[in-house]
Design a protein around this ligand. Structure first.
Ligand code: NDP
Length: 444
């Protein structure tokens, strides 16, 4: 099957999965040229095998809420591709979770993990369980019930889950605790664990820090200094918090953060003390970003995203499809010259077209947010060796990996006129490695 026929086939066979189609379409649109240079790929129907997940597990998760009522949710694990290493990818708990979203994330993860240079395949999992408003005890019971089903499909050399939206250190801890009890092993089959039981230093920071390191690489190609640049960030969870932390350290001015209810605009910039407040608000009290506006007397815009605010750089760090064509045009009209994606697929295809047309620095999530899974890979190495590395050591390795990913994007994405198409660069680099590994291992 030819690359351009695959999307039609997927739409026919898997209708009603728009996010999955969107992710596949974005990759196919950029790899066609290299794919066609390798007739052996088509002979072995490589592209179809690469787009359809190896397998999907779905299961019912039953748990008891604080009122004693029995609740059910759906749980899933999509094991997409393990050509270059064990399946690896986060777990998402959010009311919107469905198979389309998890298939898009697992597909993206496969290319992202390939880019990291570490031996990891691609996977993703999750549940339509919403942690919002749940007590700590309810979260724990849910995590335990979820793993009671999931545990038989994962293991240190088969499939290693981690966090994602709605799953942070607390949830990973509860899931790993239950996993250990059932599997009777202590081999670290989750990453993002607490530092006391096999977690890696810098893992919580890795996605946000890594995104800023990637941004610095892009800015360097233009000789631009990050200092005093105005940055809009969306989200206020794990990725957003550590993106903002690193930006503050480097002297940039972050003027927005958001959650699913709205965004705050702070013209003076979010400083260290204000970020500490947000971290406490979000990680401890599970509050709303609106409360920041009330505390510091700044603007709060309910039901909106921050892309209409003037900025030099935008770093979407909340969720998929949070920048549409209009948002992209608003950013560009306000002078934004760089977009670096902390979230997965936050820009719609129309928004991506706008960024590329305007020839700004635009880093897709699979390159820019690969720092998280990279340090997860380093956590796996530390667990296998049964030792831990210092924060400085991990941070340096993270910087090196992000620089390496940037190099690969330059290699495969630099156009004849000198413009770097990071979308193409990341997709081609990620694809070629997985494709070669699949070819070498025969028709499976
Ligand atoms: P968190 O759950 O810690 O934070 C998510 C943030 O995004 C919250 O502020 C949340 O608001 C907001 N959000 C979630 N869903 C929506 C929505 N539908 N509309 C608007 N806002 C929303 O998740 P992470 O920070 O871990 O993940 C953020 C993004 O980064 C995701 O796309 C994830 O896939 C990606 N990512 C995460 C990695 C990681 O290491 N954690 C690694 C690579 C990518 P609210 O509190 O109201 O729900």
């Amino acid at each position: 099957m030819k690359a351009n026929e695959v999307l039609d086939m997927l739409k026919r066979r898997f209708p009603n999965e728009p996010e999955y189609h969107q992710a596949v379409s974005e990759v196919l649109g950029t790899i066609e040229e290299v794919y066609n240079e390798h007739p052996e790929f088509e002979k072995s129907n490589l592209i179809e095998r690469l787009c359809i997940p190896d397998r999907i597990f779905s299961f019912r998760v039953t748990w008891v809420d604080d009122k004693g009522q029995v609740q059910t949710n759906m749980g899933y694990r999509v094991q997409h591709n393990n050509a270059i290493g064990p399946y690896k990818g986060g777990i998402r708990f959010h009311a919107s979770v469905n198979l389309s979203i998890l298939k898009f994330l697992a597909f993206e993860q496969t290319f992202k993990n390939s880019l990291t240079t570490l031996p990891m395949g691609g996977a993703k999992g999750g549940s339509d369980f919403s942690p919002r408003g749940k007590s700590n005890a309810e979260i724990m019971r849910f995590c335990q019930a979820f793993v009671t089903e999931l545990w038989r499909h994962i293991g240190p050399d088969t499939d290693v889950p981690a966090g994602d939206i709605g799953v942070g250190g607390r949830e990973v801890g509860y899931m790993y605790g239950m996993y250990k009890k059932l599997a009777r092993e202590n081999t670290g089959t989750f990453t993002g664990k607490g530092i006391e039981f096999g977690g890696s230093l810098i893992r919580p920071e890795a996605t946000g820090y890594g995104n800023v390191y990637f941004l610095l690489q892009m800015l360097k190609t233009k000789g631009i200094d990050i200092k005093d640049k105005v940055v809009t960030v969306s989200g206020s969870g794990n990725v957003a918090q550590y993106t903002v932390e690193k930006l503050i350290t480097l002297g940039a001015k972050v003027v927005t953060m958001s959650d699913s209810d709205g965004y705050i605009y702070d013209p003076d910039g979010i400083d260290r003390e204000k970020l500490d407040y947000i971290m406490e608000l979000k990680n401890l009290y599970r509050g709303r970003i609106r409360e920041y506006a009330e505390k510091y007397g700044v603007k709060y815009v309910p039901g909106a995203r921050p892309w209409g605010e003037k900025c030099d750089i935008a770093m979407p760090s909340a969720t998929q499809n949070e920048i549409n064509g209009d948002d992209a045009r608003a950013l560009l009209a306000n002078g934004c010259f760089a977009v670096s994606e902390g979230a997965n697929m936050p820009s719609t295809p129309e928004a991506i077209d706008e960024f590329l047309k305007a020839r700004i620095l635009y880093a897709p999530g699979k390159a820019a947010n690969a720092g998280g899974v990279s340090v997860s890979g380093l956590e796996m190495t530390q667990n296998a060796q049964k030792l831990s590395w210092s924060a400085e050591e991990v941070d340096q390795k993270l910087k090196d990996i992000m620089a390496n990913i940037h190099e690969q994007c330059l290699k495969y994405g630099t156009q004849e006129d000198g413009y770097v198409n990071y979308v193409k660069g990341a997709n081609v680099a990620g694809f070629m490695k997985v494709a070669k590994a699949m070819m070498a291992q025969g028709i499976l």
